[in-house]
Write a protein that binds this ligand. Structure first.
Ligand SMILES: Cc1cc2nc3c(=O)[nH]c(=O)nc-3n(C[C@H](O)[C@H](O)[C@H](O)COP(=O)(O)OP(=O)(O)OC[C@H]3O[C@@H](n4cnc5c(N)ncnc54)[C@H](O)[C@@H]3O)c2cc1C
Length: 405
């Protein structure tokens, strides 16, 4: 291959870490590296719920790409991917077309609303900086309007979160911290505010040990969060939501519905002509698409099935980062005509925050942790990622050092 062109789509956890590893390990004349991303910054998706609640400013979450990639080594293209044409080895962007010799697809996830009426039009989602910032401002706007209207509308102070999975629970944890501040700022009696989490399963945080789920629910309920479990959200209207529980329809007035209960791989992948399963590319063990030797897929766009359970490994930032080591090594091996390695998926520990000073998790050898230990662990995980991404400089700039509170 004559100075091959490596094109990486998406500067999320998977795409960006792959780029950084390739910029370090490939000689300047060995390959041309192009990174394509919508924005000129990377954002920590795992912190977006904090931005959305207003407990962390979004500038802490976004990291300018020029601070972490060598712009003289990597050709950065700020543009939006429109489609991928693997048969023609090209990618269409909004303003241009790129040809590639090797492609890495790391376009992440997008919300899935499963056709529930009104969700797309009226619900908020937490999936990028813009959506998180809009939600934070919407919350403050409704609080500010409450006393400025003749007729007091409870819908302005009712916040409904659809989905009691990881994102939904982490978000209500942040709200539990943020709402008292908003109440003070806008002279609103705290008891007037309702934060209601609606979950279809009998319990929130499916997949976590019952003991940890109980701890999480008790902690959040004691801070005013209401849980309605075993209930399906049926419709989202501009000023209310309808859910079904025990075969009965109920309606809650609200102007803030936040949908956290469904994500899917970026839709571009499904329309790319790459073979997909549930909207994702079920990658070979070397992280390549099944039908194209020159296309690697990473992070939330890739599907890996656990052969023991027949279920897919959950898409997480940690997995995307682990995969980036193998993808970078294999891209290098591919252009050097060397043997490719297999990615060995493994179940990683998980820590879910319940606000700034509480958390639950399972770490190391299935050890359960909660309270301050889990909070410290969560911050260590966050800081470790920043260190991997941009060394001490980035860690000092963006790290979370309020370890014990
Ligand atoms: C609120 C929240 C909390 C979470 N907490 C955790 C956690 O604690 N731990 C954990 O492991 N996981 C967590 N996750 C899941 C984790 O964030 C994802 O699994 C992870 O971001 C996937 O990484 P990725 O590299 O596949 O894609 P992403 O990190 O989503 O990056 C995709 C990139 O592609 C860009 N992009 C998308 N479309 C286009 C386009 N058309 N053109 C150009 N660029 C495009 C995006 O701007 C983005 O930069 C959380 C998710 C959310 C939403």
């Amino acid at each position: 291959m004559n100075k091959p062109h490596i094109v990486i789509l998406g500067a999320g956890y998977g795409g960006l870490m792959t780029t950084i590893k390739l910029q370090k390990s490939l000689g300047t004349n060995e390959a041309k590296i192009t990174l394509v991303n919508k924005n000129d910054y990377h954002y920590q998706t795992t912190w977006l719920h904090e931005n959305a609640a207003g407990t962390l400013h979004h500038d802490r979450t976004r990291i300018p790409l020029r601070d972490i990639i060598k712009m003289n080594r990597v050709n950065f293209v700020q543009d939006t991917v429109v489609s991928i044409k693997p048969e023609e080895k090209l990618v269409k962007l909004e303003t241009t077309t790129l040809n590639y010799d090797v492609l890495v697809v790391g376009l992440g996830f997008e919300p899935a609303t499963f056709g529930i009426p009104g969700l797309e039009e009226h619900a908020f989602t937490i999936d990028n900086i813009d959506s998180a910032r809009m939600l934070r401002q919407h919350l403050a706007y409704n609080f500010s309007l409450y006393h400025n209207e003749k007729e007091k509308k409870s819908a302005r102070l009712n916040i409904v979160i659809g989905g009691g999975g990881f994102t939904g629970v982490e978000f209500v944890g942040e709200l539990a911290n943020r709402i008292p501040e908003l109440c003070e700022e806008y002279d609103i009696e705290k008891s007037l505010v309702r934060i209601i989490n609606i979950e279809g399963s009998p319990t929130v945080l499916p997949g976590f040990e019952p003991q940890l789920v109980e701890y999480a629910m008790n902690s959040l309920e004691s801070r005013g969060i209401e849980f309605i479990t075993g209930a399906m959200l049926k419709e989202c209207k501009p000023k209310s939501i309808v859910y079904e529980k025990d075969n009965k329809l109920e309606e809650i007035p609200t102007m803030t519905t936040v949908w956290t209960a469904g994500v899917r791989a970026n839709e571009i992948v499904e329309h790319s002509g790459l073979e997909t399963n549930r909207g994702k590319v079920e990658v070979r063990d070397d992280m390549r698409a099944p039908d194209y030797d020159d296309v690697f897929v990473i992070g939330d766009c890739a599907l890996i099935i656990d052969s023991n359970t027949g279920r897919s490994y959950p898409p997480t930032a940690q997995t995307a980062v682990r995969q980036s080591s193998i993808v970078a090594r294999n891209v290098k091996a591919f252009i050097r005509d060397e043997k490719l390695e297999a990615f060995k998926p493994k179940k990683l520990g998980t820590v879910a925050s319940l606000g700034n000073n509480d958390a639950i998790g399972v770490v190391f050898n299935n050890q359960k942790i909660f309270g301050w230990k889990a909070t410290v662990m969560k911050k260590i995980i966050d800081n470790r990622y920043l260190f991997k991404l941009g060394g001490f400089g980035l860690l000092l700039k963006k790290g979370k050092f309020n370890i014990f509170y």
